[in-house]
Design a protein. Structure first.
Length: 119
């Protein structure tokens, strides 16, 4: 199983970026997909989650109204549209695919992509 993020980079404050995450899992639609971020020396933060079926997307308070998570089942890809970026959004962003089957939990992580917001 591979989870591969792309789309990170350097952007000015107020700008936008779209992160992509391709997950080579069977039954992609059965996985909850999430984006986390981490800054060195700080705890990892859950940024956004989109459930496998039904339910609603969830966002950290710090990104509500600015970030949007979506998924394309046919492409097995999840996106994170980030608008009105702030320097505090600078972090390594990680994509995860998570699924519970009975008593077994499957949780796959990508390698991360750096997002830097700076003028």
């Amino acid at each position: 199983v591979q989870v591969v993020e792309s789309g990170g980079g350097l952007v000015q404050p107020g700008g936008s970026l779209r992160l992509s995450c391709a997950a080579s899992v069977l039954s992609f639609s059965s996985y909850d997909m999430s984006w986390y971020r981490q800054v060195p020396g700080k705890e990892r933060e859950l940024v956004a989650t989109i459930p496998s079926v039904g339910g609603s997307t969830k966002y950290a308070d710090s990104v509500k109204g600015r970030f949007s998570i979506s998924r394309d089942t046919g492409k097995k890809t999840v996106y994170l549209q980030m608008n009105s970026l702030k320097p505090d959004d600078t972090a390594v962003y990680y994509c995860t695919a998570q699924r519970v089957v009975g008593r077994d939990e499957y949780h796959y992580w990508g390698q991360g992509t750096q997002v830097t917001v700076s003028s």
